[in-house]
Structures are given as structure tokens and as C-alpha cells.
Design a protein around this ligand. Sequence first.
Ligand SMILES: Cc1cc2nc3c(=O)[nH]c(=O)nc-3n(C[C@H](O)[C@H](O)[C@H](O)COP(=O)(O)OP(=O)(O)OC[C@H]3O[C@@H](n4cnc5c(N)ncnc54)[C@H](O)[C@@H]3O)c2cc1C
Length: 381
Amino acid sequence: MHALPEELTLLRDLARGFANDVVRPLAPQIEREHRVPRELLAQMAEAGLTAVAVPTEYGGAGLGETGLCVVMEELTQACFASAVTFGAHASIGTMSVLVGGSPEQKQHWLPKMANGEVLGCYALSEANAGSDPAAMTTKAVRVDGGWRIDGEKVWITSGDMADLVTVFAVTDPSAGARGVTAFLVPKGTPGLSVGKREEKMGQRGSSTVVLAFDNCVVPDALRLGAVGEGFKIAMATLDRGRLALGANCLGCAKEAQRLSVDWAKTRVAFGKPIAEHQMIAAMLADSATDIYAMEAMVYRTASMCDAHVPYSRESAMTKLFCSEALDRVVDRAVQIHGGMGYSAEYKIEQLYRDARVTRIYEGTSEIQRLVIARDVLKKGL
Ligand SMILES: Cc1cc2nc3c(=O)[nH]c(=O)nc-3n(C[C@H](O)[C@H](O)[C@H](O)COP(=O)(O)OP(=O)(O)OC[C@H]3O[C@@H](n4cnc5c(N)ncnc54)[C@H](O)[C@@H]3O)c2cc1C
């Protein structure tokens, strides 16, 4: 593990203790029942974890994106679904308010999001607008006293658990991405309803649902940012989300590697532990190298974010590299475990399934490459 400043070392120890003592024992039940209990989020909040990245002036711990990555890395090692549920709130749910909110909105919502009283989620994707969110059709029109939102968002992580939805809608159909505006929609607002829940390959405890907006009216005070600024807010939030997702990948990779090292030292074939067969040792070396690179990218990019220097390209690179490196690490982990890597009896099988979606959500690998290439072609190296 790389050296962290003292306050982040303390945070890591706190998050690690929480992950091992509270989350890890629950993980089998979460996988079996396909449900992260809301009480677990309350416990995370009580431990101070939901406050980590919220600035101190809004009731948070002010430990920035670096702090959030530290927590994500630790939680994911114990249970990917729990970490994703945490991230839907503490990363993209809360960060959209931090990135786009007015001083009044931040003052109102962020302390409640930091202490876990209000859980957030982020609703951008639609059935026909995933990689290309500017093609969204959910619309918001001005009405007396506010805005009426109509449309359907899909694949919304924790959409059924959230108290506050950050939703993006078209307010000017002729303006493309510049015609999108962001809104905050509190749970219980008439016209907001939760639809189908997805049955997924992995991360089964994390809920993924459809959110429908039907004649859903919110006051103008719940508009997030200026009219037409929604796409910018969506992308700036994703810069943070992709980075935190890199930390998820890092945590999952470490867990897979730890299990693989233990297995390789104890499983015997041809009269000696398989770790002593060079082809197995080479796999462990390649995964260790991938993990080192992931860690370097996550924490370097997090420090850029916290230093307020542009980091969109680096965030896309981190997400791309970490999700693809994780796939390599879990694939090797299955191979090292042989038949037992394919058995549901062992955690490796679940890690393999949990990992796969990281190359898809918060922008696919192909979209990250487009983002990176566009920036390289514009700005050079
Ligand atoms: C478990 C899960 C949780 C999610 N949580 C959220 C959430 O909380 N909030 C939210 O808003 N969304 C969420 N999403 C949605 C996610 O961000 C989208 O699934 C993702 O952006 C891809 O969109 P799509 O599924 O429509 O794929 P499509 O856009 O249909 O893409 C299909 C394929 O075409 C490729 N492709 C598309 N365009 C191009 C191009 N120009 N060049 C090359 N290849 C291209 C893609 O890379 C992909 O391989 C979640 C998704 C999943 C699976």
C-alpha cells in the first residue's frame, strides 16, 4: 500500500475496520437475498463514511475525493454490492449536488447527505440514451411554480432506496447537450415512481431500477444549476464517479489477489504448492503489477481532483485502465483456483461476475477511449 498522509491513514483504518467487522459478515446474506439493507447505509453514516468527501462547511469531513477512494477501496474488498450502494449515494448522488448546487442548495442538502439522513442517486441513462446521453427524451417544461418532468430513466443504482434523485431532462430540444437541465426530485414527489428492478449477472445486492417521471412537478428552487447546464453537471459528476469506480476496481482486484495468493500457497499439484509452478507465479506477478498500476492511477488522479486541476482525461484513463485490469486480475484468479474458481462455493466466482460491469457502467470502455482520444487530439500529450 502506498504512503498516505496521517488523516487518510486513520480513515483507511476506520474504513477497513468497518468493512471487516460489519460489511464482510453480511456479504453472503447480501448476495443470497439480492439486497443491501438500508440499515447498513445508516451504519456507514454513523461511522462517518458518508461524510468523507463532503466539505467541512457543509457538515462533512473534507477529506475529498482521495478520502472517498480510500473508503471505496476498503468497502469493495468486503462486498462489491455494498460499496456500489455506498457510491451511488456518496459518490455520484452527493457529488452532483456538490458540483451543481447553489450555495443555498448545498447548505440545505449536503449536511443531510453527509450524515446519511438523505440518500442520493443519479439518474441520467435512458433505454435509448446510454452511451449517448444527449439523446435523452425525458423532458422538463416550465409550468406555474416550477417544472413538469416526464420520461423514464433506466439502470438507476439505488433508485428505490434514494431520498433524493438527481435527474437530467431536456429543457430545450433544439439545443442538444446544451438543452439539458438538472433537477433534484425528492422521494414522495407525486409523479415519481420506481419501476422494474433488474436481475443482474453480478453485484446482485445493489438494486438497479427504472425510475418513471409522469407529470412530476418540482419547484424552480429544485433546479440544479442554470437552465441548459445539466449536461455539464452530469459530466463533471461522472469525472468524480469514474475515479471512485477505479477505487472499486482496485479493492476488488486486491481481494481476488489475496485469495489467489492464499490458494496458490496451499493447493498442491505435482507434489508441490501450485505457487511453485512458474506459470502460476507469473500470473500472480502480472496481477500484482496491474494492482500497483491501478493504485498509482487512482490516487494520482484523486490528488488532481482535490487540487482542483483539470482531470477529466485522467479520470477516464483511470476508469478504463482499472476496469480492464480488474478483468485480467479476476480472470487469472479463476484460473489459479482451477475448478474451485468456477464453483459458487468460493468467492472468486462471485468476484468474476461482480467485476464484469465495471467496463460498462459510468461509460463503457469504448466511451472512455473516445473521451481520452478527443482530449489527446485537442491538447496533445
Ligand atoms: C449495473 C448498472 C448500474 C448502472 N447505474 C446507473 C446509474 O446509477 N445511473 C445512470 O444514469 N446510469 C446507470 N447505468 C447505465 C450505464 O451507465 C449504461 O448502461 C452505460 O453508459 C452504457 O449504455 P447502454 O447500456 O445504453 O449501452 P449502449 O449505449 O447501447 O452501448 C452498447 C455498445 O455500443 C458501444 N458504443 C456505443 N456508442 C459507441 C461509439 N460511439 N463508439 C464505439 N462504441 C460505441 C458501447 O461501448 C457498448 O459496447 C448503470 C448500468 C448498469 C449495467
